[in-house]
Write a protein that binds this ligand. Structure first.
Ligand code: PNS
Length: 155
């Protein structure tokens, strides 16, 4: 049984995340989507909403569980759930520069490896922050977010 953790704020989950998570399910038996909450951070959506949107969106893909990660170390969460790897999507070299030290630190802390998947070019320009800004200003983000997220942006 090979298990991977795909961590993030998912504030909100978008199609770039979904594409990476779906590809990860072809590499691992189980992918645990770990929804983090850093209590010093401001989120657009509550933790429960971020989890609910992820669950609604990912329920049709086998091999995925969505769990809260809390605000502890990702390496500890990986050890607790028995993960063999962390999955991260890379959109560009800026992502790589940001992620590489964390990957090395996570391997140092508990031996967990990070597997990087290159983002599909259709989604390499999007982030949750950009989508939140466009949606807040009345722009159409429906090509980039699942239905569960559109409903919450509109409510
Ligand atoms: O979607 P985000 O906000 O970019 O996700 C960032 C996340 C949750 C993956 C990252 O902040 C994280 O790993 N947080 C857990 C705290 C931790 O382990 N910090 C040390 C990293 S080496």
């Amino acid at each position: 049984m090979r298990r991977a953790v795909c961590p993030g704020s998912f504030d909100p989950i978008h199609k770039g995340h979904i594409e990476i998570i779906a590809r990860a399910t072809r590499l691992f038996d189980e992918v645990v989507v770990a929804v983090s909450t850093n209590y010093s951070k401001q989120y657009r959506f509550e933790e429960s909403e971020r989890i609910e949107m992820a669950r609604q969106t990912l329920s049709s893909i086998a091999g995925i569980t969505v769990r809260p990660m809390g605000d502890g170390l990702l390496a500890d969460f990986c050890r607790d759930v028995g993960a063999d790897a962390i999955i991260k999507g890379l959109r560009n070299s800026t992502d790589f520069q940001y992620e590489a030290p964390m990957a090395t630190m996570n391997r140092h802390l508990t031996g967990v490896e990070t597997v990087f998947l290159i983002a599909d070019s259709h989604y390499a320009h999007i982030s949750s922050s950009l989508l939140k800004e466009v949606a807040a200003l009345g722009g159409d983000v429906s090509d980039y977010v699942p239905r569960a997220v559109i409903q919450r942006f509109e409510s």
